[in-house]
Design a protein around this ligand. Structure first.
Ligand SMILES: [Zn+2]
Length: 91
């Protein structure tokens, strides 16, 4: 193993990560707030702004019940969703 080989490998990894992040940022439309569940923006649906664990995100009026009653559906979409407890149905 040589240092030259290590540096070259690290550089390629960095480039790959950065390009992957750029694609990801483009896909989720980070510049336009949207529902974490359906990705629709406030142009299409009313969005509710939320804060959780130091981050901010939005969810639309249609999917707010998912957050309240079935937060496990948000696992993978919202950090910490797996720790949320569903609210009891009282109807
Ligand atoms: Zn939605």
């Amino acid at each position: 193993m040589t240092w030259g080989a290590d540096v070259s490998c690290a550089g390629e990894t960095y480039d790959a990560v950065m390009s992957a992040l750029a694609v990801l940022a483009h896909d989720v439309g980070m510049d336009t707030p949207n529902c974490i569940f359906c990705q629709r923006t406030a142009e299409a649906v009313p969005l509710i702004a939320l804060e959780y664990r130091g981050g901010a995100f939005r969810i639309c009026s249609q999917h707010l019940p998912v957050l309240i009653h079935d937060p496990t559906q948000l696992v993978g979409l919202m950090e910490g969703a797996e720790t949320l407890q569903p609210s009891e149905h009282r109807d």
